[in-house]
Design a binder for this molecule. Structure first.
Ligand code: FES
Length: 291
């Protein structure tokens, strides 16, 4: 079973786990993902790759507590184990030299955009990185991004740090100021990716987005991760996760992502109400935004 080297909170509900999977790490490339299970009866959850330490064979994933499985993940101790970790899955991000490129990470998307930023930089691009979160306490990896990009632009929705506003405001300003951006890559909440794609369409800047539909097998067999891109059905796990943002049907993606929300809430509630639940106080205080 894969060993968890360490598992720590970056804020109350955003955690970083490093897993020893040398075989997987030796093959993985930026943009790919893994599927892991916390325990033998647990669901299979897709996780973006946030970091690869090839020397030590360590995979880094960053996850946000949004339901039962992510809550259970916070309970895995340092030097503990998870049931399995399969991958690398999906296609690696396309990397080229576009002159100037821009990566945009919103919320938990700040993590998977990081290895892609590294790959774009290694591809010889001048790189703008825009990262944003609802508030300062939900931001992370700023220093890591600063070590890679030529310019890092930080925003918060509430103005508690950096630019007061959205990642798309900063991107619009760069484009309006005449920065010749040859490629944009955006990862984050669906509404954010949709806004970025709508913006860059107007400026004729090619844009990739990394899609995060529900997945089961991760190998193209179950159809769970079906998305529509340019009116064609694609499976995010084998045809993606990166797709042309200007062609993605974001309405379909949004509705499919919420298909099991009532069930997700029910099992999370049951977990948190269980008197034997041994998760941290902060995680036990989890509430959905509308509660
Ligand atoms: S997760 Fe089953 S087809 Fe993609």
């Amino acid at each position: 079973m894969p060993k968890v080297i360490d598992n720590k909170p970056l804020s109350d509900f955003i955690w970083q786990m490093r897993i020893e999977v040398p075989h997987l790490v030796s093959k993985a490339r930026a943009g790919q993902f893994v599927i892991l299970r916390v325990n033998d009866t647990g669901e299979r959850v897709p996780m973006s790759i946030a970091g690869l330490d090839r020397e030590k064979g360590l995979l880094t994933v960053i996850y946000q507590v949004v339901g039962k499985t992510s809550a259970l993940m916070t309970g895995v101790p340092d030097s503990g184990e998870i049931s399995d970790c399969v991958g690398p899955l999906g296609l690696a991000s396309h990397v080229d030299n576009w002159g100037t490129a821009c990566v945009v990470g919103g919320g938990i998307g700040i993590a998977p955009i990081y290895p892609i930023a590294q790959a774009y930089k290694e591809g010889g691009n001048k790189l703008h990185t825009i990262i944003g979160a609802r508030s300062k306490d939900l931001l992370f990896y700023e220093e890591e991004h600063r070590a890679v990009a030529d310019q890092v632009h930080v925003c918060t929705d509430d103005g508690s740090y950096g630019h007061h506003g959205f990642v798309s405001d900063v991107l619009k300003k760069l484009l309006d100021d005449g920065e010749k951006i040859g490629m944009v890559m955006a990862i984050g909440p669906v509404p954010m990716m949709r806004v970025v794609a709508n913006l860059t369409r107007d400026y004729n800047v090619p844009t990739w987005v990394s899609l995060n539909p529900l997945m089961v097998d991760g190998t193209g067999m179950c159809g769970g991760c079906r998305v529509s891109v340019g009116n064609e059905t694609k499976f995010a796990c084998v045809d993606g996760p990166d797709f042309d943002g200007h062609k993605v049907d974001f309405d379909l993606l949004t509705s499919r992502l919420s298909a099991y929300r009532p069930q997700e809430r029910k099992v999370m509630k049951k977990l948190l109400e269980d008197p034997n639940c041994r998760l941290s106080k902060a995680v036990k205080a989890f509430k959905y935004p509308d509660e």
